[in-house]
Design a protein around this ligand. Structure first.
Ligand code: CP
Ligand code: NVA
Length: 309
């Protein structure tokens, strides 16, 4: 079985991504049935930053699939004392069956993937958050069907989540309108990847007009806490509130990877309103990542059979 990683969403082919989404829905619907293809398998989880959803969904997912997960942090491993990342990858990957990392620097996850014997999963870096996209795309599919040909509005920072949305637009062929203030654009390499599907504007109203899905995220990501005040200024007018939401398609959905700041990037009324699917989105982290773990670790898994790599 060839070694595969999920460092960025584009590590998957369109067919694999679609397959994982559909498999996640299947696993969700079979809740209660005992299915333990990962018996005796161990996932190492290294967190340099806080997490609620990512940690719990991976840990619960591994247990439900018959395996186990180990929580690791730089504070209590030698990584925090300067052991080289490549050495850590070599050692940890000889002891566990897959490694999920949440790191400040994206390069750390890349180095792990270059030196690991087992699959590496990006659980969020400064550059991307592919696991969240698996859940978001599953959630869209459950509520509205195929996303191909639809329009998604990203309102806010051109950050890690935005980058992964650009990759998703490329893989699943939807339009992405990004509204972000000057100086907060997505990275040029991600923008280039998106090509014609991606449009940037400084006007949230322009981006959201007729959109089928509206997505936002915090203005200051983890690691940018000291920029909070400056960012609150820069993002003034970017709150997704009811007035803005009305400009989207009548049946538009609202998503946010959470945690959310009510009264900053989203109003309480939108977050708690009828178009918001954020709680399904959060739950789907569990199902989507179970489908991902199965894809990466189970020989002859339904999605692996689609593999063109
Ligand atoms: N959305 C997300 O990744 O949440 P956590 O930071 O709680 O893991
Ligand atoms: N952009 C946010 C996402 C948190 C899940 C961050 O990086 O903090």
């Amino acid at each position: 079985m060839s070694l595969r990683h999920l460092v960025n969403l584009s590590d998957l082919s369109p067919a694999e991504l679609r397959g994982i989404i559909l498999r996640a829905i299947e696993l969700k619907n079979s809740k209660g049935a005992v299915y333990e293809p990962l018996k005796n398998k161990v996932l190492g989880m290294l967190f340099e930053k806080s997490s609620t959803r990512t940690r719990i969904s991976f840990e619960a997912g591994m247990i439900q699939l018959g395996g186990a997960a180990i929580f690791l942090s730089p504070r209590d491993t030698q990584l925090g004392r300067g052991e080289p990342i490549a050495d850590s990858a070599r050692v940890i990957s000889r002891m566990v069956d897959a490694i999920m990392l949440r790191t400040h620097e994206h390069r750390t996850v890349e180095i792990f993937s270059e030196h690991s014997r087992v699959p590496i999963i990006n659980g969020l870096t400064d550059r991307s958050h592919p696991c969240q996209l698996l859940a978001d795309l599953q959630t869209y599919y459950e509520h509205r069907g195929e996303i191909a040909g639809r329009t998604v509005a990203w309102i806010g920072d051109g950050n890690n989540m935005c980058h992964s949305y650009i990759e998703a637009a490329t893989l699943l062929d939807f339009k992405l309108n990004i509204a972000c203030p000057d100086g907060y654009d997505p990275a040029p390499d991600f923008l280039a990847l998106g090509g014609d599907r991606v449009r940037i504007t400084r006007e949230p109203a322009e981006a959201i007009c007729g959109a089928d899905l509206v997505v936002t995220d915090v203005w200051a990501s983890m690691g940018q806490e000291e920029e909070q005040a400056k960012r609150e200024q820069a993002f003034r007018g970017y709150e997704v509130d009811e007035k803005l939401m009305k400009m989207a398609a009548a049946d538009a959905l609202f998503m946010h990877c959470l945690p959310a700041h009510r009264g900053e990037e989203v109003s309480a009324a939108v977050l708690e309103g009828p178009q918001s699917v954020v709680w399904d989105e959060a739950e789907n982290r569990l199902h989507a990542q179970k489908a991902l773990l199965e894809f990466l670790l189970v020989k002859d898994s339904p999605v692996r059979k689609l593999s063109t790599h």
